[in-house]
Design a protein around this ligand. Structure first.
Ligand SMILES: *Cc1c(COP(=O)(O)O)cnc(C)c1O
Length: 467
């Protein structure tokens, strides 16, 4: 029993879970959800969080191996973050950045972000989410080429199984067939190439050779559509929602070489990788690329407030600024003072507590060591880890695969959910992205829970005669 949740005399939590589920089912349409199926089973209601744990309305404690949705990087209930927001709300809860006005947190945060970004990136444009960041980038990249007298450069090349958000442009940039099938997507001018997923597509090749081959698909696509028509290439340093696809080490340097060779802008979607997740401030710093745009959101506020933005490299920013003329784009909440104040506090904590370095030097290597131990499990084909993201493939044998119709990932996810650890299932990949503040002892606890859930999944598949 968790003492800080109100309890009845008999020790039951005072939340009326069924009543909240009924309201939820009757009125709340959830994102990326089968509305009908959810209404039948009822939502799990999360009521509280502290550190790396959350609690549901029935009092169960759950180790959040996904940091919320890849974003609660400092963990739950950081009082300093709440205080920063509260103080700013009393001082100035809102003022817009249109019409030649600004606010102190927005200006300070832009400078602070520039100080941790790659040296050639010094300007920030704000929005409220990762999707809006990518929409902004599409418009900025095309505006840049207009100003460079190459208005025909409109095409953005992305990748299958990428995730770049859910607005019209974000969903179009994403390479998810289920999303494209709804709403007539992608919008014109967005095309896709294959992803650098060695386990799936690299049979017979070393990881290094496959990385070069997968990067080569970009060059093929550029030549197919005409280099003079291509505005930019977009990629996540490590694909997140696609299943923690960690590219071979040869991949990003070759992508950079190809972008340079054809004068194409490089967009690094760092909505997950940004602000420490890979043990560097940004994923591009880990992989050694020099992007023209970085999209950020999620971890910039550790999820305590919706805030996103774009960091713009000098090559583009100088043209946008020097050419004059209005950039006809922005949001009511661009540069929201509360979100910016909170992000400043988030970055202050990341810096003063040395969290990014600790991830790189201590906790990520420890996570890697412990996570790779799962490779001996009879249900696991491969394990992959980089920084604070990790994934494994559920498989009946070393290179065999389960029939997708079995939905083994969903079976495993249910066992995790019921046994107090959050893991996400993407097809037959099980993935984690724990808070950056997770300790080695908590990593041990998480891995013990994960192993137990793999055992339960294995036992269930056996009973069903599926292995
Ligand atoms: C989550 C995510 C987005 C979309 O961000 P929202 O805030 O949900 O709009 C974009 N890109 C990546 C890489 C993401 O993980």
């Amino acid at each position: 029993m968790n003492p800080s949740i109100p309890h009845s005399d008999s020790g039951e939590p005072l939340y009326d879970t069924e009543a909240i589920q009924a309201l939820d089912a009757a009125h709340y349409l959830h994102p990326f959800t089968d509305f009908k199926a959810l209404a039948e089973v009822g939502s799990r209601i999360i009521v509280r969080g502290e550190g790396v744990y959350v609690w549901d309305s029935r009092g169960q404690k759950i180790l959040d191996g996904m940091s919320g949705l890849w974003n609660v990087n400092l963990g739950y209930r950081r009082v300093e973050l709440a205080d920063a927001a509260y103080r700013q709300m009393l001082q100035l809860p809102f003022y817009n950045s249109f019409f030649q006005t600004s606010n102190i947190p927005a200006a300070k945060l832009a400078a602070t972000i520039a100080s941790v970004a790659p040296d050639h990136m010094r300007r920030v444009f704000y929005c409220n989410s990762g999707s809006e960041a990518n929409d902004t980038i599409v418009r900025m990249a095309r505006r840049y080429w207009d100003l460079k007298d190459q208005p025909q450069r409109k095409i953005i090349i992305s990748r299958h199984n990428a995730y770049h958000g859910s607005t019209m442009a974000g969903a179009s940039l994403s390479g998810m067939s289920g999303m494209h099938a709804q709403g007539g997507l992608p919008i014109p001018g967005i095309v896709h190439i294959g992803q650098p997923y060695h386990f799936e597509d690299g049979a017979g090749l070393t990881s290094e050779a496959f990385g070069l081959k997968a990067a080569g698909w970009l060059e093929e696509k550029i030549l197919e559509v005409g280099p003079e028509n291509v505005a930019a290439f977009i990629g996540e340093p490590v694909q997140g929602a696609g299943g923690v696809i960690i590219p071979p080490v040869t991949y990003w340097p070759e992508i950079q070489r190809i972008c340079d060779a054809y004068g194409i802008l490089l967009i690094s979607d760092e909505v997950i990788c940004g602000f420490g997740r890979l043990g560097s401030w940004f994923g591009c710093q880990h992989f050694g690329t020099r992007p023209d745009f970085i999209a950020f959101a999620k971890g910039v506020t550790s999820g305590y407030f919706p805030l996103g933005g774009v960091i713009i490299g000098d090559r583009v920013a100088d043209v946008l600024i020097e050419s004059g003329g209005e950039f006809n784009h922005g949001f009511t909440y661009s540069g929201h003072p509360v979100g910016c104040a909170l992000a400043l506090e988030n970055i202050r904590i990341l810096r003063e507590e040395g969290i990014v370095e600790r991830v790189r030097l201590e906790t990520a290597p420890y996570l890697a060591r412990r996570f790779h131990e799962l490779a001996d499990h009879p249900l696991v084909a491969i394990t992959e880890v980089l920084g604070m993201v990790a994934g494994l493939v559920l498989a009946p044998g070393h290179r065999e695969r389960f029939d997708p119709a079995l939905e083994v990932g969903m079976i495993c996810r249910r066992h995790c959910f019921e046994n107090g650890v959050i893991m996400r299932a993407v097809g037959d990949r099980m993935i984690i992205a724990p808070p950056l503040v997770i300790t080695p002892a908590q990593i041990d606890e998480m891995l013990a829970l994960i192993r137990r859930c793999l055992d339960l999944t294995h036992a269930e598949l056996k009973v069903r005669g599926q292995i």
